[in-house]
Design a protein around this ligand. Structure first.
Ligand code: ZN
Length: 154
């Protein structure tokens, strides 16, 4: 999928801006879920914390800490924006959509279009894992036993 040059440089600007000034860095309070994701290919590490609503089926907040390349950090920050307020079910299907998007096989609709800035990554296969790290980490948080216990208690 060819992306016009001017749009590509806009996308790069957003990635650089998000990686330098992430808006969702830190830890949620309380921490309802936690997982540390690592991408050995690049050395990116993302530690995600998650806050759920009182019924445990909706994401109130996601924050991250860690170190990584511009793509890994920007992707984590954009993800935190995109999943706030979404149901756990919606987010699980977004993980698959995001993977397809970075492979150039999907485009997010208007309300989630910010995520499409990472679409150009499909031209750099070695970077795909940098972009998907935070999403796979989020999926691991959602599938973690800690979270299941939380839901049972509720
Ligand atoms: Zn990376």
């Amino acid at each position: 999928m060819a992306i016009p040059i001017n749009q590509r440089s806009l996308h790069q600007q957003i990635i650089v801006d998000r990686s330098k000034k992430p808006r969702h860095q830190g830890k949620t309070n309380p921490v309802d879920g936690y997982y540390r994701g690592h991408n050995p290919l690049c050395g990116d590490t993302i530690e995600l914390t998650l806050q759920l609503n009182s019924t445990g089926d909706r994401i109130e907040d996601v924050k991250f800490e860690g170190q990584g390349c511009a793509i890994a950090i920007a992707s984590a920050d954009l993800m935190a924006d995109a999943v706030r307020g979404k149901s756990v079910e919606e987010v699980v299907s977004m993980v698959q959509c995001f993977r397809d998007m970075v492979m150039g096989q999907y485009e997010f609709p208007q309300e989630l279009r910010k995520l499409n800035v990472l679409q150009g990554i499909s031209q750099f296969p070695v970077r795909i894992k940098c972009a998907t790290l935070s999403w796979h980490t989020l999926k691991a948080v959602l599938e973690s036993s800690h979270l299941t216990q939380h839901k049972v208690v509720q």
